[in-house]
Design a protein around this ligand. Structure first.
Ligand SMILES: Nc1ncnc2c1ncn2[C@@H]1O[C@H](COP(=O)(O)OP(=O)(O)O)[C@@H](O)[C@H]1O
Ligand SMILES: [Mg+2]
Length: 394
C-alpha cells in the first residue's frame, strides 16, 4: 500500500486538503478574464491551487497557459514557450498555424517549426538584442509584453476563455527590473481577451508591488493571501491517512505533527509521511514522543543540507536566525533581544533579517496587527536547536 502523505509535488484536485475557496476564485478569474494575485509563502500550496484550478477550468472549456517563472533561465525563453503553446492551442488546423502566428506575433519575428513525429511546435523569436539600441535586458521585458499582446489578439479570435497563469511571478520582475513591471502592467491592463493569475512567494515584495500607490501593479487586480490550511481539516486528513493504512496514532500525536510543522502544509505532509512509515515498520502506536523522535531522525538525515544553508549565511544572519528560533519570531527589535543575540543595534537586526528573507530562509507573517518572523522551513528551527550552539552558552 502507498503512503497517503505526499510532499514536494503538485497535488491534484482530489488530494488537496481545504482550499476550495482559493481554487474557485482562480477558476472564476479564468472564466471572467479577470486579474488575480495569489500571495503566500513557499510550501503553503499555491502551485497546487493553480494546478487544480487550471485543470478544472480546462474541463469547463477554458484554454489555460500556466508557467513557473522561476523555471525559465530568461524572459526570452519564457516568451518562446508562450508563443509555442499559443501555436499549439489556439491556431486551429496545423496548416494555418504558421500564418496566424506571423499575423499576431509579427513584431517578434517568430520562427515556427512543426515536428510531425512528436506532433509538437517549437517557436524561436528574433534576437531581442537587435530590437533596441540600449541593453538587451530592456529588450527582454518588451519581448514578454509583446508576446502577451499577441496572445491577446489570438484569444480574441476564439470564443473560449483564455488565461495565463504565472507562478513565482516576482521572478519576472527580479529578472527584468522596474521596466518589466511597467511594461507588464501596460500589457495586462489593456488585454480584454485574456485572464491573468499571478502567484508569488516573496510575500513582502508582492504585497508592496500590488499595494503601493506608486507601483505599476497597484490595484490592478484582486489580491488573495494564501494562509495555513485550517487545523481541523488537517487533523481529519492525518487521522484518515493512518486509518486507511490500518495504523494507530493517538490524537495528541496528530497535534504534535501540526505543532512541529507550524501548520506549513509541505512540512505537515513530510512529517506525517515519515511517521506513517515508522508506524508501519515498527507496528507501534504513534505517540507524541514517537513523532518527535521521527522528526529528529529526519533532520539528522538532512544535516548536510541544513549545514550548507547555515554555512552560506553571514555571522549576523546566524544571530538573527537564532533570535527567530528562540523568541518564536516576535519582539526582535527590542534592545534586550538584539543584545542578547549579539547584534549591536535594531538596525543591524533589520539588515540581517532582510538578508534571511532575500535568501528564502525567513518570511514575515503579518497577522492582526503584529509581525512575526517565521522560517520557510520550520524543520530548520529543529535542526538549529539540535546542532548549533545557542547564544547564552557562547
Ligand atoms: N492544501 C493542501 N493539502 C495538503 N497538502 C498540501 C496542501 N497544500 C500544499 N500541500 C503540501 O505542500 C507541498 C508543496 O505545495 P506547493 O503547492 O508546491 O506549495 P507552494 O507552491 O506554495 O510552494 C505539496 O506537495 C503538498 O505536500
Ligand atoms: Mg510553488
Amino acid at each position: 500500500m502507498n503512503n497517503p502523505f505526499e510532499f514536494g509535488r503538485e497535488l491534484s484536485d482530489l488530494e488537496i486538503v481545504d482550499r476550495d475557496q482559493e481554487i474557485q476564485e482562480v477558476v472564476r478569474t479564468i472564466h471572467n478574464r479577470g486579474r488575480l494575485f495569489l500571495i503566500g509563502p513557499r510550501r503553503f500550496g499555491k502551485t497546487s491551487i493553480l494546478r487544480a484550478a487550471a485543470e478544472r477550468a480546462r474541463k469547463e472549456g477554458a484554454v489555460v497557459f500556466r508557467y513557473n517563472a522561476e523555471a525559465y533561465p530568461s524572459l526570452t525563453v519564457l516568451a518562446e514557450r508562450i508563443v509555442t503553446d499559443a501555436a499549439k492551442e489556439l491556431t486551429g488546423p496545423i496548416r494555418k498555424a504558421g500564418r496566424k502566428i506571423q499575423e499576431v506575433f509579427g513584431a517578434l519575428q517568430p520562427q515556427l517549426t512543426y515536428d510531425p513525429v512528436s506532433d509538437t511546435f517549437s517557436a524561436t523569436l528574433g534576437q531581442p538584442g537587435r530590437r533596441t539600441s540600449s541593453s538587451g535586458r530592456q529588450a527582454e521585458e518588451m519581448l514578454l509584453s509583446d508576446t502577451l499582446a499577441g496572445l491577446n489578439r489570438l484569444a480574441g479570435m476564439t470564443s473560449a476563455p483564455v488565461a495565463v497563469i504565472i507562478d513565482e511571478f516576482q521572478a519576472v520582475v527580479e529578472e527584468g527590473g522596474p521596466k518589466a513591471e511597467g511594461q507588464l502592467r501596460a500589457a495586462v491592463q489593456t488585454h480584454d481577451n485574456v485572464g491573468y493569475v499571478f502567484a508569488g512567494s516573496k510575500t513582502r515584495m508582492l504585497s508592496e508591488m500590488t499595494g503601493d500607490e506608486g507601483r505599476p501593479f497597484y490595484r490592478l487586480g484582486e489580491r488573495h493571501f494564501v494562509g495555513p490550511v485550517p487545523r481541523e481539516d488537517f487533523r481529519l486528513f492525518i487521522a484518515g491517512g493512518f486509518e486507511h493504512g490500518g495504523l494507530e496514532i493517538v490524537e495528541e500525536a496528530i497535534e504534535t505533527i501540526l505543532d512541529l510543522s507550524q501548520d506549513v502544509p509541505y512540512n505537515v505532509q513530510r512529517l506525517a509521511h515519515a511517521c506513517w512509515n515508522h508506524a508501519r515498520e515498527s507496528s507501534q502506536t504513534m505517540s507524541s514522543q514517537c513523532v518527535t523522535a521521527v522528526l529528529h531522525h529526519l533532520v539528522s538525515r538532512d544535516d548536510p543540507f541544513y549545514t550548507q544553508t547555515w554555512n552560506r549565511i553571514s555571522a549576523s544572519q546566524k544571530r538573527a536566525l537564532h533570535a527567530i528560533v528562540y523568541t518564536l519570531g516576535t519582539g526582535l527589535f527590542s534592545g534586550d533581544i538584539t543584545r542578547m543575540f549579539g547584534l549591536r543595534t535594531p538596525s543591524s537586526m533589520q539588515a540581517a533579517l532582510q538578508g534571511l528573507m532575500k535568501a528564502g530562509i525567513a518570511w514575515e507573517n503579518e497577522h492582526r496587527g503584529t509581525t512575526r518572523y517565521r522560517l520557510e522551513d520550520p524543520f530548520l528551527a529543529v535542526w538549529i536547536t539540535l546542532f548549533t550552539v545557542p547564544p547564552k552558552e557562547r
